[in-house]
Ligand binder design. Structure first.
Ligand code: GLP
Length: 244
């Protein structure tokens, strides 16, 4: 789906999410959302908050799983994805705190394996993810699945690519402050979602969108694995579509 701008594209995505939540609510079921951070999804979150404030949307029956978190990372750090999600979404809606899941970047290293296995189990236990939203990194990463991530990878501790750390450098006031690792859902975890919506804005994303959509499927560009998914939409703006 190519939209003129990120505003109208985000409006479409927010409405897709709102419809899912309402459909599930009518059936007395929970909607399970896979959520992303970064600058890309922020307008979608703004619209969801707006729908809630207008009294049109409740999140009481919504369960969320975030894709990733830096490691190590204190949850109350200004750089944490916990903080990001609270500021952009959770602090402004009626979601139950026990329905919110974000990888814990503050664990002793020995506890990470178990945490990741439990994260996978929790996703299974609620019946899997209904809609997974994604951004894309310049390396072709989804979540923090950097080049080399396999199709079957699950939630785990990973090492970040140099390009990804460079892209995050200004947020962290210098590359040396960007964590070297992260906990991320795997490509396999993402691929298990019933529907995937990847968003990308701006000409900076055009080359990687071209590779992800039209390129050969390969581990060196993890987003190409999405070509295997039966229900995956790329929702992009004009500028991000310019190499297609
Ligand atoms: C980070 C996140 C990704 C996100 C990517 C792109 O690496 N872990 O989930 O897709 O950044 O960021 P942005 O949306 O700011 O371009």
């Amino acid at each position: 789906h190519i939209y003129q701008d990120s505003e109208s594209a985000s409006w479409y995505v927010a409405n897709e999410i709102a419809s899912l939540i309402k459909q599930k609510e009518e059936k007395g079921e929970k909607a399970v959302l896979g959520l992303a951070t970064g600058s890309t999804p922020t307008k979608v979150y703004d619209y969801l908050v707006q729908f809630h404030k207008e009294g049109r949307l409740s999140f009481k029956n919504v369960v969320t799983f975030n894709l990733d978190e830096y490691f190590p990372m204190e949850p109350d750090s200004i750089h944490s994805y916990v903080r990001f999600m609270n500021e952009h979404l959770f602090d402004h809606i009626d979601i139950e705190p026990f329905n919110v899941h974000i990888p814990n970047g503050n664990l002793p290293k020995d506890d990470i394996k178990k945490f990741c296995a439990d994260y996978e189990e929790k996703i299974q236990n609620v019946g899997g993810i209904d809609i997974q939203i994604l951004g894309i990194g310049r390396t072709g990463h989804i979540g923090f699945n950097e080049p080399g991530s396999s199709l079957s990878s699950k939630t785990r501790l990973v090492r970040l690519d140099r390009v990804t750390r460079l892209d995050a450098a200004s947020d962290f006031f210098g590359e040396e402050n960007v964590p070297r690792r992260a906990i991320t859902m795997g490509v396999g975890t993402i691929m298990n979602a019933r529907r995937i919506i990847l968003m990308a804005w701006g000409e900076g994303k055009a080359p990687i969108i071209h590779q992800a959509v039209e390129g050969e499927i390969k581990e060196s560009v993890p987003a190409t694995f999405l070509q295997h998914h039966e229900n995956c939409d790329f929702v992009i703006d004009d500028a991000a579509s310019s190499f297609l």
